[in-house]
Ligand binder design. Structure first.
Ligand code: 4AD
Ligand code: MG
Length: 439
């Protein structure tokens, strides 16, 4: 039974006792009368030593039959060993085979990334992927728990929606019975704004979808976003909230997932510096900086005012700073329709992108929202959207409207940065991209 087995993560509590572990064979080496079994159970790994003279003949033969990824139950005495990775070894007394694996496709030798992606359902068992996905789980838990502790309420938003929020060019559509078209949510923001009017501080968290036709290492067609929204908060408050949020997440990963960061050979120094305040740069200052220093990054060309940044521009800006940097007040024309214009300069929006350090690119997009009903309606029309579709959203400005702000952090972008993984495809169990829908 499950109760009779111990988890490898808890092995230190069982020193000098006999335990039963259930798991899979990560690796096996035979040296005459000795068989070394590296057992993993999801919580950790431990070396199990089968010494011919300590076990029955049947047991030794069971151990001999085990192959990579065979499942088994092993009973033995827990012995401290400073040379072992976990600090402990198991002196095996009993081996019970649960299932034997033949020809496991992912051998310890090197494989190409295409091959590994085709076998993603198996690849998630390997040490590096295991570490990455554990960091992902920690980032998600840290983000939600931090917001909960600050008094935010989780407010779930729909995935099937009738309208676009982040432009109409990358929408996934599907037929929706007699009501015509439905679209997969690009963001939960518009709906979470309704929650903000009910609870004051809310967040939504879930998968979001964008039909990205570009093949880059930063874009998925399905990604997870956490989106806090705060009533009465203005642009400056929004930036402070973001730097506290990001710093809390990074510091918690450093604290609790140091073993996984070690497996990934992540340089910890840049992460330790992720503490508020983060530098702030206006879009105008960023344009000047690019003009001055564009030769520092290959493929980085100067931009005219009004143009949007590419990956090379973000890399150039990020490398001027030792921690994440905000770029604020972008031209309204290149941002979403709902952003509040700067009262002193209506051609720019009270918004910011947060660029991760070390060239990992934008991890957060956020803004103050338009709270004036007439202005919001005008913007919806200017963007060629139908007022009828946004009637409910306009209601939020008709009944008790207040200045408010929020932002969205892409979980995969954050995990790629924190774990030091260049390609976003390894930061989610099953990445969805232009050319990838299997497995
Ligand atoms: O900047 P974006 O488009 O902002 C919004 O969607 C706002 N409605 C959020 C808000 O204010 N509540 O996206 C936010 C973040 C980006 O900074 C990035 O981290 C991530 O979502 N993101 C993607 N991640 C992976 N693949 C993609 N295709 C992504 N598009 C955006
Ligand atoms: Mg953005």
């Amino acid at each position: 039974s499950l109760l009779a087995t111990t988890s490898i993560a808890k092995i230190a509590d069982y020193a000098d006792q006999t335990v039963t572990l259930s798991g899979w064979i990560h690796n096996k080496t035979e040296k005459g009368k000795l068989i070394f079994l590296m057992l993993r159970d999801g919580s950790g790994m431990i070396q199990c030593v089968v010494f011919k003279k300590n076990v029955s003949e049947a047991c030794f033969s069971q151990a001999q039959q085990l192959t990579q990824e065979s499942a088994c139950r092993i009973t033995g005495a827990v012995r401290a060993d400073t040379r072992a990775p976990s600090g402990y070894e198991l002196d095996v007394q009993e081996v019970e085979i649960i299932s034997l694996t033949q020809d496991y496709p992912i051998s310890p030798k090197e494989h190409g990334v295409e091959f590994l992606m085709e076998h993603r359902h198996l690849w998630v068992r390997s040490s590096k992927q295991h570490a990455l996905l554990r960091i992902r789980a920690e980032v998600i838990a840290a983000a939600q728990e931090w917001l909960n502790a600050q008094g935010f309420i989780r407010f779930d938003t729909p995935i099937l929606t009738a309208t676009a929020a982040e432009g109409t060019t990358n929408l996934f559509g599907t037929d929706y019975f007699d009501l015509g078209r439905a679209y997969l949510a690009q963001t939960g923001q518009l709906y979470v704004e309704s929650g903000m009017m009910s609870f004051g501080k809310v967040y939504c968290f879930g998968p979001t979808f964008r039909a990205e036709k570009s093949k880059t290492r930063r874009h998925l067609t399905e990604f997870w976003m956490i989106e806090p929204e705060v009533a009465f908060a203005e642009h400056a408050d929004n930036l402070v909230l973001q730097e506290q949020f990001v710093s809390a997440i990074v510091q918690r990963v450093l604290e609790r997932r140091s073993e996984d960061l070690r497996v990934l050979e992540r340089d910890l120094e840049p992460l330790k510096r992720v503490v508020p305040p983060f530098p702030r740069l206006t879009y105008d200052e960023a344009i000047d900086l690019i003009r001055e220093k564009h030769h520092e990054v290959e493929g980085c060309l100067p931009l005219a005012w009004g143009e949007d940044f590419g990956a090379a521009h973000e890399t150039l800006i990020a490398q001027q700073f030792d921690r994440p940097v905000f770029i604020e007040r972008f031209p309204s024309a290149i941002k979403a329709f709902y952003m509040q214009p700067d009262p002193d300069r209506p051609e720019v929006a009270l918004c910011a992108d947060l660029l991760a350090s070390e060239g990992y690119g934008e991890i957060i997009g956020g803004s103050q929202r338009i709270h004036d009903p007439a202005l919001l309606e005008a913007r919806i029309r200017e963007h060629g959207l139908s007022i009828e579709d946004y009637r409910w959203y306009l209601d939020l400005r008709r009944y008790g409207t207040v200045p408010h702000s929020g932002f969205g952090m892409g979980i995969e972008r954050a995990v790629a940065w924190i774990s030091g993984t260049r390609h976003i495809r390894e930061t989610i169990p099953f990445p969805r991209q232009l050319y990838r829908l299997y497995p």
